[in-house]
Design a protein around this ligand. Structure first.
Ligand code: SF4
Ligand code: SF4
Length: 391
């Protein structure tokens, strides 16, 4: 039989660096070896899952030792390694990417291993035309296009709204800052959200997908679930095939997961198990099932999600950058780094018809003079109570 896609499943029961490295290297050998993917001198971006300021042990983010293993492997291939993402939080109008890099341990790893942190909220954007025409334009973080090779490092997790999140959905962090809220608003249900995700896959190239499923997240993911020792690493060049195999381990298929269902229809990759060759520590006929793995409670419940309420929440927390003239030192870093040229040099007023809420100005201002202001004053008061969480 001619298989269209290959997925490697490796058994790995700890984040011991040597073990993770061996398992990843052995998996890559089965895909033709590292030379198929990288050359000396290549800039390689590791697109992690950095959902928010969560430690690696929480299972909410790609584990820092998993990232360390990849950095070391790529350094041995004489590559320049970047670790990049933009954190979640857009629905609540917060942009905690810098803090998340610190809490997840990536900042330390970058320092210790000689990699560079690429905070997508600081790096500018590239304008792309979404294939689905659901949006006029889409703005993706520039490092994705500056890198020679992009390696997606998703985490195996449940998701209360989307049921499951893995290789396909992990690319959402390529949209910087609070712009993500706009896409949650125009596509509040997981099925239409799949079109946004498919647009990102079509607009950018992700060369390889290596999933951290050593300690997965079960229950009420993607942040409030519990760790589950799945003891696996999944590797593929095809994100859909990887996710098809991952959800099979949960006794589901691609059509059970709305984002995957849409993305599969859009031709992101192979979603049918009979067309996927499984290798590594398991074969196609022996894909393991994750016993007693808890799905989100809502999965299987007949209660329908109220997507109108979600849109109301997004509107309630709508946040915009605003220059605080009392603190501003007129250095013009924000003016020069704004990818949309939305900040007036003389007055520091922001033209919101141009602003894409990427948060570059907020992230780059050394004088903390770009505030994040909520349109709704009640939301502003609420966020003040909550602020310590995100400092
Ligand atoms: S970067 Fe900060 S201090 Fe500099 S001009 Fe912009 S707001 Fe003012
Ligand atoms: S003003 Fe410019 S830099 Fe600031 S958020 Fe808007 S688009 Fe980004």
């Amino acid at each position: 039989m001619n298989f269209l896609s290959k997925v490697i499943i490796q058994e790995c029961n700890s984040y011991d660096l040597e073990k993770v490295t061996d398992k990843i290297n052995n998996g890559i050998e089965r895909l033709g070896g590292w030379k198929q993917f990288v050359r000396p001198g290549d800039k390689v971006l590791l697109k992690v899952n950095l959902i928010g300021p969560k430690p690696s042990e929480s299972a909410a983010v790609t584990h820092s030792e998993f990232v360390r293993a990849l950095v070391r492997i790529l350094k041995r291939q004489e590559c320049i390694v970047w670790i990049g993402d933009s954190a979640g939080g857009a629905i609540a109008g917060i942009a905690p990417t810098a803090q998340s890099f610190h809490v997840a341990g990536y900042e330390n790893i970058a320092k210790e291993e000689g990699a560079l942190v690429k905070n997508f909220d600081r790096e500018g954007v590239v304008e792309v035309c979404p294939e689905s025409n659901s949006q006029e334009k889409m703005y993706l973080a520039k490092p994705i296009f500056d890198a020679d090779v992009v390696i997606n490092l998703p985490k195996f997790k449940t998701h209360t709204a989307a049921i499951y999140t893995g290789a396909v959905k992990n690319v959402f962090g390529c949209i910087p800052g609070l712009r993500k809220a706009k896409y949650h608003k125009v596509a509040p249900d997981p099925e239409s959200f799949g079109d946004i995700i498919a647009d990102i896959h079509k607009a950018a190239k992700f060369h390889l997908h290596i999933m951290d499923a050593i300690i997965a997240m079960q229950g009420e993911g993607p942040t409030a679930g519990e760790p589950y020792a799945a003891n696996k690493i999944l590797i593929s060049t095809d994100p859909m095939a990887l996710d098809a195999v991952a959800v099979h381990m949960l006794q589901m298929d691609v059509s059970d997961v709305p984002i995957l269902k849409t993305a599969y229809k859009r031709g992101i990759g192979e979603g049918l198990l009979q067309n996927i060759a499984v290798e590594g520590d398991y074969m196609s006929a022996s894909i393991p099932i994750l016993k007693d793995f808890k799905l989100p409670e809502r999965f299987g419940s007949t209660k329908k999600q109220n997507y109108k309420a979600l849109v109301k929440v997004i509107d309630f927390f709508k946040t915009r950058p605003k220059v605080n003239l009392k603190k501003c030192k007129s250095c013009n870093v924000c003016v020069e780094s704004c990818p949309m040229e939305a900040i007036d040099k003389a007055t520091k007023k922001i033209d919101y018809s141009k602003c894409i809420e990427c948060m570059c100005c907020h992230e780059l201002c050394m004088h903390k003079a770009v505030d994040l202001k909520k349109d709704n004053p009640v939301a502003n008061v609420m966020m003040k109570f909550n602020r310590s969480k995100y400092k």
